[in-house]
Design a protein around this ligand. Structure first.
Ligand code: GTP
Ligand code: MG
Ligand code: ZN
Length: 300
């Protein structure tokens, strides 16, 4: 029997997976039945073993998906080290609930998040405001415009490991990839005049090499339910490092910063803790608490 060759999935469209193999070959693979039976959908970023399929059209087969370090449902990517969260400060205005949800997920999966507020040329003032909120919270966060180079600190991160892009449609994810990898690598779309939203130009996740690392462009998305993707109420604080930092000043060691007395976090709202961030923390916590395992619902 011929030997299996290991590689990474760089693209998957219509059941055909492109795999960049260790021996330098690019193999087009189909799925073997047993992967389907186990209900594992192969993802871009998956490390796989490939073998011969015997089918001249798609000559190789995915034999096995090696254990994942982590994976995201949205965007669908596996084995991430870093996630670049791109949100425009204008056109479309940023959905900070979606951003905070992604930060909670990164915390739970031990993925390093980096936030980029794009289109700062459109509204530099609001861009600076968003950047300072997220910097103060403790994240790496940068303003960005399409005509300025990618910040050096961000390039350094992408040079090693696997970096994914995430964010709504039309915020400039593909524009960012083109700046890094060369114009024309990814198709860039327009913004609808009426809705001020992107038009979902990128349809599939795709992985590219960048020095010793990999970067993946992804399709934009607008909604994500924390419960549906398996986040627990105990994970929420992982997206709010500024609150974790201050919680040593709360009276109760297990303070949830909701209704407890002498809560340092709540004392600092508007004066160190951003009010919007706190409100979203509380909303997510209460929502997921009401859905905790064995819960009959309702938050007390
Ligand atoms: N003014 C301004 N426009 C930008 C900037 N970055 C991207 N754009 C424009 O925004 C539009 C959408 O950019 P894309 O790169 O296609 O956005 P995307 O995030 O890849 O969108 P999807 O593939 O649909 O998810 C294009 O017209 C870009 O030229 C920026 O910093 N400033
Ligand atoms: Mg795109
Ligand atoms: Zn507290």
């Amino acid at each position: 029997m011929p030997e299996s060759v290991k590689g990474v999935i760089t693209k998957g469209v219509g059941g055909v997976y492109t795999v960049r193999c260790e021996d330098g070959q690019i193999r087009l693979c189909q799925i073997r039945g047993n992967i389907r039976l186990k209900k594992i959908t192969p993802l871009v970023g998956d490390i796989v073993l490939t073998g011969d399929s015997g089918d001249p059209d798609i000559p190789f087969v995915l034999e096995k998906i090696l254990p994942r370090k982590n994976f995201l449902v949205r965007p669908p990517l596996a084995n991430l080290d870093t996630l670049l969260l791109i949100f425009a400060c204008e056109d479309p205005v940023p959905d900070l609930k979606l951003l905070d949800k992604m930060l909670i997920i990164c915390g739970a999966l031990k993925i390093k998040p980096v936030i980029l507020f794009s289109k700062s040329d459109k509204d530099p003032e609001s861009c600076d405001k968003y950047v300072s909120i997220y910097k103060n919270a403790g994240f790496d966060c940068f303003p960005m415009t399409k005509n300025e180079p990618v910040p050096e600190e961000v390039k350094e991160l992408i040079k090693t490991g696997l970096t994914g892009l995430a964010g709504p449609s039309g915020v400039g994810k593909s524009t960012f990839c083109n700046k890094l990898l060369g114009e024309g690598t990814m198709k860039v779309g327009d913004i609808s005049d009426r809705l001020k939203r992107g038009k979902h130009t990128t349809r599939h996740a795709e992985l590219f090499e960048y020095e010793d690392g990999f970067i993946t462009d992804t399709p934009g998305f607008t909604s994500l339910d924390l419960f549906d993707v398996g986040v627990l109420y105990t994970d929420v604080s992982g997206g709010y490092p500024e609150m974790v930092r201050e919680s040593s000043g709360c009276k109760f060691a297990d303070c949830r910063h909701i209704a407890e007395k002498q809560c340092r976090v709540r004392e600092l709202i508007g004066d160190g803790i951003d009010e919007g961030r706190y409100g979203r923390y509380r909303e997510f916590y209460e929502y997921l608490y009401s859905r905790r395992p064995n819960s009959a619902g309702g938050y007390k």
